[in-house]
Design a protein around this ligand. Structure first.
Ligand code: 13P
Ligand code: SF4
Length: 303
């Protein structure tokens, strides 16, 4: 089967099985092109919560498909590559979070969606990079535990100085490797460019940004901006939409290291096999799901 035939088969199976394909902005261009919805973590959770499809093919990483299952338990949620995970989400488990909470009794826990269902179940509310500041601002407590991303936590702390944010020491291995010296170098090369950075980058890199936001917020900012040149400080998958939607603008990746190996695992044949064989199904223990659902729903209500 060549690529064109495979795309046709994917479309046919999708219709036959009443399936929807949700893809994250970091997925490869071929998948973004065949997906029904391409977006950031928040948009994809919102879509998963309201879908009427019987099958959700989640082209992204494990925690995203798991969140979809938590929000839509009656749907069959499939992750096309069973080991597409998020190393940051694996940097804290429920036992570690319970110990962290004991160290700071009575403090509420805000948990980045890049986390397991068990960690969400131990948290008061979730957030994504697009609504993290709003969620933390909305909380009554003036001291908050934030897991697992210390870089996003640090960014929130700067935006919400009236609160103390106590962070877990997790980080995104892709964004965290970008160095401030790379921003300096690229700025010298393109002095007129706007620098758009994801808050998973380290604080010294984030401090050099013209704009900080989630993947979709970065895409939106570039579209609305009068500027013609942009330096992109997030995973390279976003370049597809940026270049497609803005043929008259120039986009440069801030660092060659901005490739998430896990986000790049899924290929078109994986999507085809997922639809054909209905693999790999995501399941979540019902007690954990109920608790994690509370944290996700509280976030969606505020978004
Ligand atoms: P957003 O698309 O929500 O910005 O998420 C970034 C990310 O790293 C997902 O793994
Ligand atoms: Fe996880 Fe970072 Fe990859 Fe997103 S880009 S899936 S946070 S490792």
């Amino acid at each position: 089967m060549n690529e064109r035939e495979m795309i046709q088969e994917i479309q046919r199976l999708k219709k036959e099985k009443n399936a929807v394909i949700l893809a994250h902005n970091y997925q490869i261009p071929e998948i973004q092109e065949i997906a029904d919805i391409v977006g950031d973590s928040l948009k994809l959770s919102q879509e998963a919560a309201k879908t009427t499809a019987d099958i959700v093919i989640f082209s992204g990483v494990h925690f995203m498909a798991e969140s979809a299952k938590i929000l839509s338990p009656d749907k069959k949620v499939l992750l096309p590559v069973y080991d597409a995970g998020c190393p940051m989400a694996d940097m804290i488990d429920a036992d570690q979070l319970r110990v962290f909470k004991k160290e700071y009794p009575d403090l509420p826990v805000v948990c980045y969606v890049n986390s397991s269902a068990e960690v969400k179940a131990e948290s008061d509310i979730c957030c994504t990079s697009s609504n993290a500041v709003k969620i933390v601002k909305s909380m009554k407590a003036d001291k908050i535990l934030f897991v697992p991303d210390r870089n996003l936590g640090n960014y929130i702390a700067k935006q919400v100085p009236e609160k103390e944010i106590i962070c877990w020491e997790g980080f995104c291995i892709t964004h965290h490797r970008v160095k401030a010296s790379e921003v300096d170098a690229v700025r010298r090369q393109h002095p007129d460019a706007k620098i758009l950075i994801h808050p998973e980058c380290s604080p010294d890199v984030v401090a050099m940004a013209d704009f900080v936001g989630s993947t979709s917020q970065i895409i939106h900012y570039a579209k609305e901006s009068d500027s013609k040149t942009f330096i992109i400080g997030t995973e390279m998958g976003v370049l597809h939409k940026l270049r497609k939607e803005n043929p008259d603008k120039k986009f440069y990746l801030l660092s060659p290291g901005l490739t998430c190996f896990n986000m790049k695992k899924t290929t078109l044949p994986d999507i085809y096999q997922a639809l054909l064989k209905e693999q790999y199904e995501i399941t979540v223990d019902e007690e954990i799901r109920q608790k994690a659902l509370g944290a996700l729903e509280r976030m969606l209500e505020l978004s």
